[in-house]
Design a protein around this ligand. Structure first.
Ligand SMILES: *[C@@H]1O[C@H](CO)[C@@H](O)[C@H](O)[C@H]1NC(C)=O
Ligand SMILES: *[C@@H]1O[C@H](CO)[C@@H](O)[C@H](O)[C@H]1NC(C)=O
Ligand SMILES: *[C@@H]1O[C@H](CO)[C@@H](O)[C@H](O)[C@H]1NC(C)=O
Ligand SMILES: *[C@@H]1O[C@H](CO)[C@@H](O)[C@H](O)[C@H]1NC(C)=O
Length: 398
């Protein structure tokens, strides 16, 4: 809040100087356009600093600080309160300015320039490291960082500026909103960015995020899961670490809990499918812990019966990928997950849905996917049989 008040008052001072100069140079320059340019560039900057939606309360606080709630308001005020004679006088004064004064004015103008993203990140990180900062200010600093780390170049700078350490520390904060936004920042910074993914993984943050994913504060759990996915996506080492930290149990716990928020189910199913696809693409023979986790497999199959169409489709897709893993056993899908029954019921439901114009297109798509899953499942069952009898044969020989 202090920072912003100072920012606005420095604009106000500069604006008055600038207006006086504009009057002086009225013959040479187009006054409206130069003022207009400053106005709009300052406004842009103000918006940037404002970050996420400003609350009514914040607006009020700004007034209490003696600042202006908007730059337009301030401009109107300064124009309304300016005496044309005085402005002209000021203009003459400016013409007489010594070079020292001019330099000062230049410095003032330089300050008005949009601070670089790195500078803004430094300010926010400095605030995070300040233990006497208020909860509101901490929240605001985190929100600013959340926006700042979106561009990949900024994300790459974050650790160098001490940002990762500061944000990771806030995963431990007693306030769930602070923890939520901290997890969100880590996810945003590491999204599609191997460099930042590895930096965060090396700081040992994955286990903490996996713990937070079980939080009773749903928003926090969702953002933690988002961060976990962003952190290990297309990152084989990250995925190994995830398995080592019992990632399959984390997913099992979420997927098998029928009373949990559906967004957590969606995110978990998506993560699971992504991990399995990654394994399929790598053609690696290492066995994923999912393959033998029957509770997890059954939970995913059960979610294909979800009333939420999006979740239903995601779960069906995950089942398809799981079936394609060489290490999963078709008999587990048949006997434990009762996939035949589930697919049969789903077929009936989709045939009904196809009759409804609103859902027809979706239902046709999912029915195609369902048929594909059925085919893969039955082929896998066929393939499984000889191995099974061979095993029986071997046992008999021993
Ligand atoms: C001054 O700038 C304004 C806005 O760009 C423009 O509409 C106007 O024609 C300009 N006037 C002169 C005298 O150049
Ligand atoms: C820390 O925050 C307090 C309260 O906002 C402020 O007075 C102090 O100057 C800050 N310290 C640093 C080092 O920024
Ligand atoms: C978070 O808290 C735990 C337990 O109190 C502690 O072991 C850990 O070092 C803390 N992590 C950070 C980053 O402060
Ligand atoms: C299932 O989720 C609910 C809601 O988040 C939670 O309160 C409950 O403890 C969870 N149950 C288990 C067995 O984890």
């Amino acid at each position: 809040m202090k920072r912003r008040a100072i920012f606005f008052s420095s604009i106000a001072a500069a604006m008055l100087v600038f207006m006086a100069a504009a009057v002086a140079g009225a013959e040479r320059e187009n006054k409206t356009s130069s003022l207009g340019a400053l106005w709009s560039s300052a406004k842009e900057e103000g918006d940037d600093l404002g970050g996420p939606p400003t609350t009514v309360q914040e607006e009020e606080e700004r007034h209490l600080d003696g600042g202006f709630s908007t730059l337009e308001g301030m401009l109107q005020w300064s124009i309304g309160h300016s005496d044309p004679e005085k402005l002209k006088e000021a203009a003459l004064d400016i013409e007489r300015l010594s070079s020292q004064d001019l330099k000062q004015r230049q410095e003032l103008m330089d300050k008005l320039k949009t601070p670089s993203d790195a500078e803004l990140m430094k300010i926010a990180i400095n605030d995070l490291n300040n233990l006497s900062i208020s909860l509101d200010d901490r929240h605001r600093a985190l929100q600013e960082l959340l926006i700042l780390v979106e561009p990949i170049d900024n994300a790459n700078e974050l650790h160098k500026l001490g940002g990762l350490t500061a944000v990771i520390k806030d995963l431990n904060h007693s306030n769930p909103d602070i923890r939520t936004i901290s997890a969100w920042i880590l996810g945003t910074a590491s999204q599609n960015n191997l460099f930042v993914q590895n930096q965060i993984l090396e700081l040992g943050t994955l286990a903490k995020l996996m713990e937070i994913a079980h939080s009773d504060f749903i928003e926090e759990a969702i953002k933690a899961l988002y961060a976990i996915s962003a952190l290990i996506r297309n990152n084989p080492e990250g995925q190994q670490l995830f398995y080592k930290e019992a990632g399959d149990l984390m997913l099992q716990k979420i997927l098998s809990n029928s009373s949990i928020d559906i967004r957590l189910h969606r995110k978990s199913v998506f993560l699971l499918a992504d991990l399995v696809d990654c394994q399929l693409q790598s053609r690696s023979d290492t066995q994923l812990p999912f393959s033998s986790n029957h509770i997890l497999l059954k939970s995913v199959v059960d979610l294909t019966a979800s009333a939420d169409l999006d979740l239903q489709e995601k779960a069906l897709y995950a089942v398809k990928s799981l079936l394609m893993l060489r290490s999963t056993d078709a008999l587990v899908f048949k006997d434990i997950c009762e996939l035949d029954l589930v697919l049969g019921r789903m077929k009936q439901q989709l045939l009904q849905l196809i009759l409804d114009d609103q859902y027809k297109e979706y239902a046709l798509d999912v029915e195609n996917l369902r048929k594909e899953v059925e085919l893969i499942f039955h082929r896998k069952l066929e393939k499984g049989k000889p191995t099974f009898t061979q095993q029986l044969g071997l046992t008999a020989l021993q």
